[in-house]
Design a protein. Structure first.
Length: 175
């Protein structure tokens, strides 16, 4: 049973996060190992496995990039163990610029303001890429799936960049 089926959802990039959360709570109550404390060892083990599957499915379904990656995996495009990198030269140049900006942020007159501007730019880019990803995944054809895989690679960088900005902001705020 795949994660979408476990949560009684259509395999789609677009999911109702409130419904996912509500289903998760229900499945957690049904599969929580504590509920099987007085059961046989086999039933306890089965409960742990089911509960782990519920947790994995929830983590994947609530996170757009993981959900998109899983959807592509169901379609035969596996990105989890790949070594392929982004081939979009313009995006690679933009990556370098963002990294440079982040590295030099402390030298700015108002580093926190500059950091906020960079964060806004990254968030807008994430939003734009997610909108495009949604369109590509709805097409459900091989070419669109390959383009979606490329967008997922970009989004992984963007989310990582966003995390690095948050860490830098935290470090600068401590002073």
């Amino acid at each position: 049973m795949n994660h979408f089926e476990l949560f009684n959802l259509k395999a789609s990039f677009e999911v109702d996060l409130a419904e996912v959360s509500q289903t998760y709570q229900t499945l957690q109550r049904l599969t929580h190992p504590d509920k099987f404390a007085n059961s046989s060892e086999q039933d306890k083990l089965l409960a742990i496995q089911k509960n782990s599957q519920v947790n994995d499915a929830y983590s994947m379904l609530k996170t757009p990039v993981l959900r998109a990656e899983y959807l592509l995996q169901l379609r035969g495009v596996d990105l989890q163990h790949e070594q392929q990198t982004i081939k979009d030269t313009a995006f690679l140049m933009q990556q370098m610029e963002w990294r440079e900006q982040l590295a030099e942020i402390e030298e700015q007159a108002e580093p926190l303001d500059e950091l906020e501007l960079l964060d806004d730019e990254i968030r807008k880019e994430i939003s734009s890429e997610l909108s495009q990803l949604k369109i590509l995944l709805n097409n459900q054809n091989e070419q669109a799936d390959q383009q979606a895989a490329d967008l997922i690679r970009k989004l992984k960088f963007l989310y990582k960049m966003s995390d690095e900005i948050a860490l830098k902001e935290e470090a600068l705020s401590d002073f």
